[in-house]
Design a protein around this ligand. Structure first.
Ligand code: APR
Length: 263
């Protein structure tokens, strides 16, 4: 099978169960940018990436509130993008590495949040399952995000519920992601560089289980293809390609401005 590299593919009637893994590329246009590549957060601020390791806890907590609170603030100020909305409207099952809550804001339900959420707080003690909403915005203190500094259940410090490097992923979300990958007819990875595990294992797993797997990226790595778990590689903008997929799935012809509602 040849791999069309520019927007030739749309889901067909055989793709009943569409599962999509998303990354920073889908939220980049909100102002969040991406993590890697030219202008990526980790490339611009390597010391910030270093602070995102579990080994830096608990000293890193103020920086975590500040970084993830700021990111959540940017995302909620902008709101969901055309790509987020198209996935919600086509009823795609969403697995995300993003912590910005934009899929839920677009109307997607049952989202598997592999890397947690910046809109939630949790307890530093991983044996304690206290969780609470956290307000987006600036501030290094838990109180700046409407969260008590000490866990009301066990008294340990609180922190953003975002998964750090060298930390376990939330078990329920990971189980859901594995189940979705194994049950997909069409599995698409959108706006993710595919270098972080276990998220990067989901496409090969879905392909093994019989799904058609597609990588959609503005700048896909040259080696992307069957050897990296993808039947098709689309070099394109998620905010153009996903609305076209949605139209195909919902049987909406490309409307012309002469007949926007399709008589
Ligand atoms: N449409 C499609 N792809 C895009 C777009 C767009 N409009 N804009 C950017 N991209 C692509 C980039 O080409 C890049 O391949 O999105 C990808 C973003 O990759 P990363 O910055 O590496 O982000 P991601 O893969 O989500 O990172 C995974 O790493 O840092 C940790 O926990 C963090 O969840 C994150 C994880």
């Amino acid at each position: 099978m040849t791999s069309p590299r520019r927007g030739a593919f749309v889901p067909g009637p055989e793709h009943h169960r569409i599962v999509v893994l998303t990354g920073a590329g889908l939220s980049a246009r909100t102002g969040l940018g991406t993590f890697r590549g030219p202008g990526g957060v980790w490339d611009l601020e390597p010391e910030l990436e270093a602070a995102m390791h579990a080994g830096r806890l608990p000293g890193s907590i103020p920086q975590l509130w500040s970084v993830w609170g700021r990111m959540a603030g940017i995302a909620s100020a902008h709101g969901p993008t055309p790509g987020h909305r198209a996935l919600a409207r086509m009823g795609a099952h969403v697995i995300t590495q993003n912590i910005d809550g934009l899929h839920q804001a677009a109307g997607s339900e049952g989202v598997a949040e592999l890397h947690g959420s910046a809109l939630r707080a949790t307890c530093l003690d991983s044996r304690c399952d206290w969780r609470a909403p956290a307000a987006p915005g600036p501030g290094e203190r838990a109180e700046d995000h409407g969260v008590p500094a000490a866990c009301p259940v066990c008294g340990a410090p609180t922190r953003p519920d975002v998964v750090l490097f060298d930390e376990q992923l939330p078990a329920a979300d990971l189980d859901l992601a594995l189940e979705l990958a194994r049950s997909a007819d069409l599995f698409a990875a959108v706006g993710t560089s595919g270098v972080v595990f276990p998220a990067a294992q989901l496409a090969p797993l879905a392909r093994e289980a019989g799904a058609l797997t597609v990588l959609l990226d503005l700048d896909p790595p040259s080696q992307a293809g069957p050897r990296t778990g993808f039947d098709l590689v689309i070099e394109g903008d998620a905010h153009e390609v996903l609305p076209a997929w949605e139209r195909a799935v919902n049987g909406v012809a490309q409307r012309s401005f002469l007949d926007p509602f399709g008589s």
